[in-house]
Design a protein around this ligand. Structure first.
Ligand code: NI
Ligand code: MN
Length: 225
């Protein structure tokens, strides 16, 4: 599965010729200046929670691409009111079969208020199952024992937050990778803001010492998992 990193917690994964774009936050991110959101492809836009650093470009990209926005009920309806033409609301524990595979919305420990103060439901993560392989994106979260349930699905890779302060840091992300039963990890949600700047070499070394690989991609870089 081909994954492209767009900075912060935004990335896309290609499955069956479809592009799944996660948590679009590109235009306000000075580190992602080289990315032109008018060139970012999407057939589906998956949003984990209502915070600005996960939704900022969702409506613009949904309008341009006519992508289907998949999010919790409150976030999906809020984005629809802002102009996202097509939305698919979900809630925790629920899965749905799309044409590329199955999406399950799973627990995360975090918050989810929308930028205008509206209630954004509760935050989540996604487990994606497809004929090309399965993966888990944690969304913004603390380490939680609920992640052990995800190990029932064999994963090719996991996308985990590693920036600390607002989410798990590297040490807890290593435990999360253990809980979900996955050795290949893409780190996200780091370096964008001063409190989440990380030492890349140190984080990668910690994963290596635990028998795992932490991928920290350059913005715009594509990796085949
Ligand atoms: Ni957040
Ligand atoms: Mn965030």
């Amino acid at each position: 599965m081909k994954l492209t990193y767009y900075g912060h917690a935004c990335f896309s994964v290609q499955i069956k010729g479809r592009t799944l774009l996660f948590d679009p936050f590109i235009t306000p991110n000075p580190l992602a200046k080289a990315v032109d959101i008018n060139q970012v492809p999407a057939d589906f836009i998956l949003v984990t929670h209502g915070h600005r650093d996960h939704i900022e470009d969702a409506v613009a990209i949904a309008k341009r691409t006519n992508a289907l926005v998949i999010a919790n009920f409150e976030v999906a309806n809020w984005l629809n009111k802002q102009g996202a033409p097509k939305t698919h609301p979900m809630n925790h524990g629920g899965g749905f079969n799309f044409d590329f595979g199955r999406v399950k919305f799973v627990n995360a420990i975090h918050s989810s208020t929308m930028p205008d103060g509206a209630f954004g439901g509760n935050p989540g993560g996604f487990v994606i199952e497809s004929a090309e392989g399965n993966f888990y994106y944690s969304g913004d979260t603390a380490l939680t024992l609920d992640m052990k349930l995800i190990a029932e699905t064999p994963l090719k890779f996991a996308v985990l937050c590693v920036g600390d302060n607002f989410t798990m840091g590297a040490d807890d992300a290593i435990k999360a990778a253990d809980f979900v039963g996955c050795k290949e990890v893409l780190g996200v949600h780091y370096d964008t803001f001063p409190p989440i700047k990380i030492d890349h070499a140190m984080a990668k070394g910690k994963f290596q010492a635990a028998g795992k690989t932490l991928h920290l991609l350059a913005i715009g870089e594509t990796h085949d998992f």
